[in-house]
Design a protein. Structure first.
Length: 159
């Protein structure tokens, strides 16, 4: 009597399929094609010397060196009041500020904040600020967590 090879073949098909799949995933990951997590880096952190004691604006250049998108959810500072992401939009020929719930940071991309685009509205800045002072901020990202930076206080003409 000969052994039943059909049962052995039937069992072998899913085992080989699984082995091939795992081998392919291993090769894909080893080659770096599986991507890398988001990796935000902040440069050019600036805080405008307040002309109004109640509010000013902060600007950050944020580069995502990683292979995955991330999102800036909020910005805080232990030395100021609330800070809110905002965007300047033109309405009837004048710039109007609109609050933003978050700011996308694409993989491999850079976001440059500016007075005519995206910025961080900072309420109740310290009253004693002088040009050149450093003000601590914490940028809170969806995937990358918290990133602590110091913004240098600059005059509006030095942006």
């Amino acid at each position: 009597m000969m052994p039943d090879l059909s049962a052995t073949r039937a069992a072998l098909v899913p085992v080989l399929a699984c082995a091939l799949t795992l081998g392919g995933l291993w090769a894909w990951t080893a080659a770096g094609a599986a991507g890398s997590p988001a990796d935000p880096q902040v440069t050019g952190a600036r805080l405008l010397l307040p002309s109004n004691p109640e509010a000013t604006a902060a600007f950050f250049d944020i580069r995502n060196r990683g292979g995955a998108d991330d999102v800036l959810l909020r910005v805080t500072s232990p030395t100021t009041g609330t800070a809110m992401l905002s965007r300047t939009v033109e309405r009837d020929g004048a710039g109007t500020m609109r609050m933003m719930p978050s700011l996308p940071l694409p993989a491999g991309g850079t976001v440059r904040m500016s007075p005519t685009g995206v910025d961080v509205m900072v309420n109740q800045p310290p009253a004693t600020l002088r040009e050149g002072d450093l003000v601590p901020f914490v940028l809170h990202f969806r995937d990358s967590g918290r990133l602590r930076v110091n913004a240098v206080v600059v005059r509006a003409g030095d942006l």
